[in-house]
Ligand binder design. Sequence first.
Ligand SMILES: [Mg+2]
Length: 268
Amino acid sequence: MDELNKNKPLEKLDPDFIRKNIKAVTFDIDGVIIPTGTFLRESVDSTELIVRTHKLSREMIEMIKELKKYVWINFSSGRALLYLEHMLEDILWDKVSLIAENGNFILLDGKIEQLSLYEQSYFQKITDIRNDIKKLKEEKPDSIYGFEPKHIIITVHTAKKIPEVEEIVKKHDRENELYCLWTNEGYDIGYKKINKRTALEYLAGKLKIKPEEMITIGNNLNDKEMLDFGIGISVDPEQVSGEYAIPKKKGELGGEILAEYLLGAMRR
Ligand SMILES: [Mg+2]
């Protein structure tokens, strides 16, 4: 994508084009269809965990139900699959797929698939990193809140950016095969070769659609590859670019603005 051709206003996306060509829409979740700001607190010895998050608005649930009449709806998140199933229960299951842990898992047509196989050494590395971050948490209990339960990637919630976290990842990752991405509420740590795009390629194959028949919308660094796949819309152009962008505004969710725009195009 060249500079001139990115982060164009959503209004430049032609409603006729949408109605004729778009067959699927992929929504990132946090910061796109729900506000960011998951509250997570884990005890230092990891025996207790509290997680509090947002739900989809009533309006968004209704919009997605209507959108499903026209297109396939996919959600792609860094969150664990179990969590997505609960969070999105109001709009499951027909014409919906869920992608979890930044492209590592997909739940499609009643089946969960793991999209990449890992060596045991990967899991050992992840465990070593996690244990070192836990030690750091003992020193900084007020700025490192704890871990989201996940299978393959690490998500550690923190009060702010903590350079020591990145140093721990570097120390264990001599092969430089891991990412350590700041997500505004912590870090996602996982295998570079697997990202949200990995799962979108799989999904597009299963749905027999082309990338340009899918709209993708996201807000963060972990959405970069996904926004480059298909027609990308960024809702936080300072973090990540898309072909189109919806400017960030307090109290507004870019995902809801897009859903309304798509319905406006489809209903014609
Ligand atoms: Mg997000």
